[in-house]
Design a protein around this ligand. Structure first.
Ligand SMILES: CC(C)(COP(=O)(O)OP(=O)(O)OC[C@H]1O[C@@H](n2cnc3c(N)ncnc32)[C@H](O)[C@@H]1OP(=O)(O)O)[C@@H](O)C(=O)NCCC(=O)NCCS
Length: 218
C-alpha cells in the first residue's frame, strides 16, 4: 500500500479522501495517513491532522519514499495567490499522488500528470494532455485533444470541447461549456454556466452565454 497525506481539509481535501476510499473499495491501494491543516488539529472524517502545511512537517515524511502527497488548497479567485505555499514545500512532483475515481472513464491515449484528482463519472477523451495539480470534478467531460495545463480546474458538469487549451490555472466553473479549439488564458475564471465561444485572455473573469468579460482576477 502506498501512503497518502492530504494537504487541506473539509471541502476539496475531503473530496480527495472520499475518492481514495472509493478506489480502495475496489482494490486497496492507499493508506491515508491523515491531513495537513493550518487551522484544524482534531481528526477530519476520522483521519488525524498530522501537522501544519509547512516544510518542517513535510520534511518529516519525505524520507519515506512510500509517502505521497495531495495538495487541495484551491479557491476560485485565489488559486495563484496560494501557489507559493505549494512551491515553498519543495516536494518533488513525482511524490504527488494522482487519484482517479473508479467510475471515471479515461482514454488510454490520455496523458495525466502528478497531483491530479479525477472525480466520479468524469470522461477524458483520447489524446488529452493533463498537467500536474489539475482537478476535474464530478461528471465533467474533457473532449479529445484538450490540453489542461498545470493547476487548471474543471468544476462539476463542465463540458470542454475538443482541442481546447486551458492554460496554467485556468478555472472552469460548474456547468460551463466551451467551443472546440479555443484557449482559456492563465488563471482566468469562467463562472458557473458560462458558454465560452472565444479565446479568453489571461486573468479574465467571464460569465454568461455567450461568455463576456466582467473583470479580471487580481
Ligand atoms: C464569476 C464568479 C467567480 C464571481 O465573480 P465576482 O467578481 O465575485 O462577481 P460578482 O459576484 O461580484 O458578480 C458580478 C456580476 O456578475 C454576475 N455574475 C456573477 N457570476 C455569474 C455567472 N456565473 N453567470 C452570470 N452572471 C454572473 C453577477 O450577477 C453580477 O452582476 P451585476 O453586477 O449585474 O449584479 C462566480 O459568480 C462564479 O461563477 N464562480 C464559479 C463557482 C463555481 O463554479 N464553483 C464550482 C465549485 S463548487
Amino acid at each position: 500500500m502506498k501512503k497518502l497525506i492530504i494537504m487541506g481539509g473539509y471541502g476539496n481535501g475531503t473530496v480527495v479522501q472520499s475518492t481514495v476510499e472509493d478506489i480502495n473499495a475496489v482494490k486497496p491501494e492507499w493508506e491515508i495517513l491523515g491531513f495537513l491543516n493550518d487551522r484544524e488539529t482534531e481528526p477530519i472524517n476520522g483521519y488525524p491532522v498530522l501537522g501544519k502545511i509547512d516544510k518542517e512537517t513535510v520534511d518529516r515524511y519525505l524520507p519515506d519514499k512510500d509517502v505521497y502527497f495531495f495538495y487541495t488548497l484551491i479557491s476560485v479567485k485565489m488559486n495563484h495567490k496560494f501557489l507559493h505555499k505549494l512551491l515553498d514545500l519543495q516536494i518533488p512532483e513525482e511524490r504527488f499522488a494522482t487519484v482517479i475515481h473508479p467510475t471515471a472513464v479515461i482514454s488510454k491515449f490520455a496523458k495525466i500528470g502528478h497531483g491530479v484528482c479525477i472525480q466520479p463519472f468524469v470522461s477524458v477523451g483520447p489524446n488529452t494532455v493533463i498537467g500536474n495539480h489539475v482537478q476535474i470534478y464530478a461528471q465533467a467531460l474533457v473532449g479529445h485533444g484538450a490540453k489542461l495545463d498545470n493547476y487548471s480546474y474543471v468544476a462539476n458538469n463542465a463540458c470542454i470541447g475538443a482541442d481546447v487549451h486551458l492554460k496554467e490555472g485556468a478555472y472552469l466553473g460548474t456547468n460551463t461549456s466551451t467551443l472546440e479549439f479555443i484557449t482559456l488564458g492563465k488563471w482566468s475564471i469562467c463562472g458557473i454556466g458560462a458558454v465560452v465561444l472565444k479565446d479568453v485572455p489571461d486573468f479574465a473573469k467571464m460569465v454568461g452565454n455567450p461568455a463576456r468579460q466582467i473583470g479580471s482576477v487580481e
